[in-house]
Structure formats: structure tokens, C-alpha cells
Write a protein of this length. Structure first.
Length: 285
């Protein structure tokens, strides 16, 4: 059983509001085809955590509810401090008082993604205010100074069932992703917000690594990927992330991954477990 400094973490409020959906016209796919598709934002009623990350007639679809703060300073705090698994509370509108969970952070768009049960989705509206009880940044696994933790609520980290074995931390994951498939978002100088994408233009390569069956909310291991002080290639480094948005038609894009663990020294390894999804850890129906 791992030990953490969770008793020393700050729990603090950040907020955003549900934003309108966006659709880009046109989107040029990696095969050169002009396309017009639903994209980011809004309340997505029929794409949820636990659903496939592939096959939707959409681009960068964000499951559930998308929130953002109008003020850029507030939005920076929201995106930096909110962590996957944090409690989200509706503070205005017909669904006031209802609770959900943060499920991801989308870079570029600078969105925070939130799960609410279907009956709550039906009561929500554009502009409704969502408060996040942000807790997780600054989290450490005691005795593992070369393993860095980001963007995850300590209570969710505890539920993953991480084991210590032969000098490494063993984390349940659905699949492993090789570094050469990581695309949009690579080169960012920080990982406290946003994500980066698994490139999906090469379908045979996806099948070779069993990635065509990835679901929203899946935990994955990124091989030879360093996410300690930014996103890049480093032989031997390993990182753990969560699939936060759907596949995309654009070159260099695909399902987004928000990072929760990283080690330059490869002190993290994956144990394949097809149940390693937020649905099972957060009790999402």
C-alpha cells in the first residue's frame, strides 16, 4: 500500500461555467477530406466516460460537461488546480446542488471536463456555474522521489491499487502506448493542465498495440514518454495518463491523455487490467 502526503494538500475552490458547443468549418482530415463535425464544448448527452474513444461522428468530443471561466486568470487557475476525481458541484440553475466529478483537462481549448449522471445533464444549461473542490496538485508518493504526481485527486489515486514490486510502482492500465504515437501537445513545458494526443491516422499501428478499443476514462501507460517538466521523448521514461476526449480527424491528433504520473527513470510500470477505467474507480453508472 503506497503512502502519500495527502494530509498536507490544500483543498481550494475554483469555478467555471458550462460553455456553448463549438464546431469548426471546415476540418481537413488527415486524408485530405473537408469535414464539418461537432467538436468541443457544451453538454454532450450521449458520449460518456466508459464509452469508446472511437467511432463518433465528431472531433475532439468532450464527454459530459465542458466548463471554462470567462476571466483568463480564473481559467488558468481552474485548469491548473482542478484534478481528475475532484468533486464538482452545480451552484446555479435548475440542477443547483447536484454533484459530479472532474474527468479530464483539455489543452489548447483550456477546458475542464466534468461527469454528471444523465438525470443531472437533462437539468443543466449553458452558463450554469460549476464549483470544483480542487485538491491534488502537490501530491507525492512517499519514498518515491523520482515519481511525480499530477492532476489526480488523492482519493482516486488510493483507489487505483498501485503496488510496489522490485523497485517499481505497478499501476493498472488498459494498454501501453509507444512514444512514436504521441502527437499534438508534445513539447509543452508543463503538465499541470491540458493533455496530449495519441495519433490515430495509422490504423494498423493502433491495432498492433491494441489501442483501437480504448475507452474514455481508461488509464494507459506511455512508454518512453517523459512528463516530469514537460512533454517529450526520453528513452526508458514512463508515464501514466487518462483518456479524456475522443478521437479526432486532424493530422497529429487523436484521443487525448491527461497525465497523472511520470518518472524519468522508468520507475512506473503497467499491469494490464481492462477494468482500469474511471467508471470503476468513481462508481459512475
Amino acid at each position: 500500500m503506497i503512502r502519500t502526503n495527502s494530509d498536507k494538500l490544500i483543498e481550494i475552490s475554483v469555478r467555471g461555467e458550462i460553455i456553448p458547443a463549438r464546431a469548426w468549418l471546415p476540418q481537413i482530415s488527415h486524408s485530405g477530406e473537408p469535414m464539418f463535425l461537432p467538436s468541443t464544448g457544451g453538454i454532450t448527452y450521449n458520449v460518456k466516460i466508459g464509452d469508446s474513444a472511437f467511432g463518433w461522428a465528431g472531433d475532439h468530443i468532450e464527454p459530459g460537461v465542458t466548463i471554462r471561466a470567462k476571466d483568463e486568470g480564473e481559467n488558468s487557475s481552474l485548469n491548473s488546480l482542478a484534478c481528475i476525481g475532484n468533486i464538482a458541484i452545480v451552484t446555479s440553475g435548475d440542477a443547483k446542488g447536484e454533484k459530479g466529478f472532474v474527468t479530464g483537462k483539455h489543452g489548447g481549448a483550456e477546458h475542464v471536463l466534468v461527469y454528471f449522471p444523465q438525470p443531472v445533464l437533462e437539468k443543466l444549461n449553458i452558463g450554469d456555474q460549476i464549483l470544483i473542490r480542487a485538491k491534488g496538485q502537490g501530491l507525492k508518493i512517499l519514498g518515491w522521489d523520482d515519481v511525480f504526481v499530477f492532476n489526480i485527486d488523492p482519493s482516486l489515486l488510493d483507489k487505483l491499487g498501485i503496488e510496489e514490486k522490485d523497485g517499481k510502482l505497478i499501476v493498472p492500465v488498459v494498454a501501453e502506448v509507444p512514444a512514436h504515437l504521441m502527437g499534438s501537445g508534445i513539447g509543452s513545458t508543463q503538465v499541470f493542465r491540458g493533455d496530449y494526443d495519441i495519433m490515430t491516422a495509422d490504423k494498423k499501428e493502433l491495432e498492433a498495440y491494441g489501442l483501437q478499443e480504448l475507452r474514455l476514462g481508461d488509464f494507459v501507460l506511455l512508454r518512453d514518454c517523459d512528463n516530469v517538466y514537460g512533454r517529450g521523448f526520453l528513452r526508458g521514461a514512463t508515464s501514466i495518463g487518462v483518456i479524456i476526449h475522443s478521437d479526432c480527424v486532424l493530422t497529429g491528433h487523436g484521443p487525448g491523455v491527461t497525465i497523472v504520473l511520470s518518472s524519468k527513470k522508468g520507475l512506473i510500470e503497467g499491469r494490464i487490467d481492462k477494468n482500469a477505467n474511471l467508471v470503476n474507480y468513481l462508481g459512475i453508472a
